[in-house]
Design a protein around this ligand. Structure first.
Ligand code: 5RP
Ligand code: MG
Length: 212
């Protein structure tokens, strides 16, 4: 079992504050995400700036793309993104078109999806999934628990590299002990912390403690 990656999600509403945070934690985390909120606010420019700051890091555009996969993916790749996300209700042709333009596509699992659909994503060559607790579900009182673990484990058994995200804090990670999580993605757990650098390091330390 490998050490899970740590990914910071830059879900800022403006580019300067996203860049300030990424400069603080970019060397600590493994993967940089231009989050959905930032994509909508500053899109291409945000990807270009993050790429300029971190030429060697893996960068993800969290577009949650639902259609026009090839065009969106080409635009993201041209700006400097390595990977991008598509929403799980997108069609296979949308996902496949995106996969031709970026290094890898990740399927964001929201709302209703089935393991039968998931098998179709694998059959189309897409082997990364993001298991997500939505921000709004968490606000409505949802919590991480066994129901999530069993789905994450099943997806891993099917052959996916699974990232886990949604309101994570350092304490949530131990729920996944013994599970081969590919990446933990955290936004507010780092960027809304009083000391983002220390928060990112605390996530890294906990990952090493549990999986090291
Ligand atoms: C929301 C997202 C976020 O980037 C992801 O949930 C991580 O952010 P946070 O840790 O703040 O929940 O994709 O749709
Ligand atoms: Mg995101």
């Amino acid at each position: 079992m490998g050490l899970p990656n740590l990914q910071v999600a830059l879900d800022h509403s403006d580019l300067p504050s996203a860049l300030a945070d990424v400069k603080n934690v970019g060397d600590i985390v493994d993967i940089l995400e231009v989050g959905t909120i930032l994509c909508l606010q500053a899109g291409e420019e945000a990807i270009r700036c993050v790429r300029a700051l971190y030429p060697e890091k893996k960068i993800i555009a969290d577009t949650k793309c639902a259609d026009a996969g090839g065009t969106v993916a080409k635009n993201c790749a041209d700006a400097g993104a390595d990977w991008m996300t598509v929403i799980c209700c997108a069609t296979i042709p949308t996902m496949a078109a995106a996969a031709k333009e970026v290094e890898e596509v990740q399927v964001e699992l929201y709302g209703d999806w089935t393991y039968e659909q998931a098998q179709k994503w694998l059959d189309a060559g897409i082997s990364q999934a993001i298991y997500h607790q939505s921000r709004d579900a968490l606000f409505a009182g949802e919590t991480w628990g066994e129901k999530d673990l069993s789905k994450v484990k099943k997806l891993i058994e099917m052959g996916f590299r699974v990232s886990v995200t949604g309101g994570l804090d350092v304490d949530t990670l131990k729920l996944f002990t013994g599970v081969d999580v590919y990446t933990f993605i955290t936004g507010r757990g780092i960027t809304a912390a009083e000391n983002p650098k220390a928060a990112a390091q605390a996530f890294k330390n906990e990952i090493s403690r549990i999986w090291g």
